[in-house]
Design a binder for this molecule. Structure first.
Ligand code: HSE
Length: 416
């Protein structure tokens, strides 16, 4: 039977989950996959932690060079997170001909091309299923399951922490308590700003859009907005109007170029995406041959992310011959990015007096924006528009402000 040795760099939440799955299911993988995958080395400075997880003392390393010099190690799994030293470690491991697996979305979204080039130079491989959507096998689907398609759109929830927070806010918790719970459950990043300000989703979108549209999608082309400004009352108003607020990552081809954005948006309660709760992620992928498919599952946490890493390790074990993505780092010349977004918009204005609602109606009308709903709720005026260019909506907001009616919140309505 093929024997494959694995080294895990970092035994945090994700590294720990990966270690558990690999050791507990060794026999299962022999039976079902025909490979004997054993953990040969673990790089973890907290030796006590490694010992408490059952790692044999002789497998615990304190320096990367011990790992890469070990001929029994075929696959190096990076679970350190952050850019450095993770990037240097991966480059060194690849340089030494080790195939690598990473869950590190920040690093991968910034250095995909360099990593893949280094892998090719050294007859090694780099796999990254666990960078996006935790245990949901979206990378394999995009890379190896949809070749027949020209992907038109990807749209979904790709961050577990923010979905958990929005779910709990809807159940009455404050933002702070919901975030604390997400941290306790091991969903959040070491610095949770990455989750709540949309950076984590932006990294994942850049990777997913790269695969879907076959060209590098630089992070600075993705417009990003997190969930920190969402007020509880917007969550409630949205629900009354028939929507849920979700942090969406969207990539779609439009006539004016590729639209790539991470932002809170209203999703009709009639769509399954609106009912994705807790740390679950979900994505809709629209291909020209297959039409629409949707994938969903746990997007964060030790075991779901470990599941994705182990799937890469086994894929690597079975394909130690080469298997590269067809990713082209030629964005500048080939891919045009759209600047103006066409969508429905949810707008909340501060009501000043009885003329305010009329001022909003007039401002929208003069800007060529059709209102589907206008509603007065205490000191708020709510409007939901039909599909309109964002620039026209912003003109309307400016017009309303000139008449003293200022905007308090604005989110897109995503038609799925
Ligand atoms: N912090 C990330 C999330 C972990 O909440 O989605 C999984 O990538």
């Amino acid at each position: 039977m093929k024997k494959v040795g694995v080294a895990i760099l970092g035994l945090g939440v994700v590294g720990g989950g990966t270690y558990r799955i690999l050791t507990e299911k060794n026999q299962y993988f022999k039976d079902t996959q025909g490979v004997d995958v054993t953990v040969e080395a673990v790089l973890e400075p907290r030796k006590e932690r490694a010992l408490s997880m059952g790692v044999p003392e002789e497998a615990i390393c304190s320096h990367l060079l011990e790992v890469v010099a070990n001929p029994a190690v075929d696959v190096v799994v990076e679970c350190i997170g952050g850019e450095e030293p993770a990037f240097s470690f991966l480059m060194t491991a690849l340089q030494n001909g080790k195939t690598c697996v990473t869950s590190n979305k920040e690093l991968f979204s910034k250095h995909w091309h360099e990593l893949e080039a280094r892998a090719k130079e050294n007859n090694a491989n780099i796999f990254f299923e666990a960078t996006s959507m935790g245990g949901v096998p979206v990378i394999r689907v995009l890379a190896d399951g949809m070749q027949a398609n020209r992907v038109e759109k990807i749209c979904g929830i790709v961050n577990g922490t923010t979905n958990y927070i929005l779910t709990r806010m809807d159940q009455g918790l404050t933002f702070e308590s919901a975030l604390k719970e997400a941290q306790e459950k091991g969903y959040a990043e070491a610095n949770p700003k990455a989750d709540v300000e949309g950076y984590d989703a932006m990294y994942k979108l850049s990777i997913l859009a790269g695969l879907a549209f076959h060209y590098a999608v630089p992070l600075d082309k993705i417009s990003r907005q997190g969930i920190t400004e969402i007020e509880k009352k917007d969550v409630e108003y949205a629900k009354e109007l028939g929507y849920a607020i979700k942090l969406l990552a969207v990539g779609k081809r439009t006539d004016s170029g590729l639209e790539v954005r991470v932002q809170p948006a209203l999703v009709s309660l009639a769509h399954p995406i609106a009912n994705i709760k807790d740390c679950f992620n979900a994505i809709v992928i629209v291909g020209d041959s297959v039409g629409e498919i949707m994938l969903t599952g746990r997007g964060a946490g030790a075991e779901p992310t470990g599941s994705a890493i182990v799937s890469d390790v086994i894929f690597a074990a079975k394909h130690l011959d080469r298997n590269y993505t067809h990713f082209l780092n030629e964005t500048k010349d080939k891919l045009k990015f759209s600047q103006d977004v066409t969508a429905g918009h949810y707008l909340r204005f501060n009501r000043v007096d009885e003329t305010s609602a009329q001022a909003v109606i007039t401002a929208l009308g003069k800007s060529g924006v059709t209102a589907k709903t206008i509603r007065q709720e205490g000191s708020d005026i709510l409007a939901v528009t039909a599909e309109s260019n964002e620039s026209a909506v912003l003109k309307a907001v400016e017009r309303a402000a000139k008449n003293g009616v200022t905007l308090a919140a604005m989110y897109r309505v995503e038609e799925l």
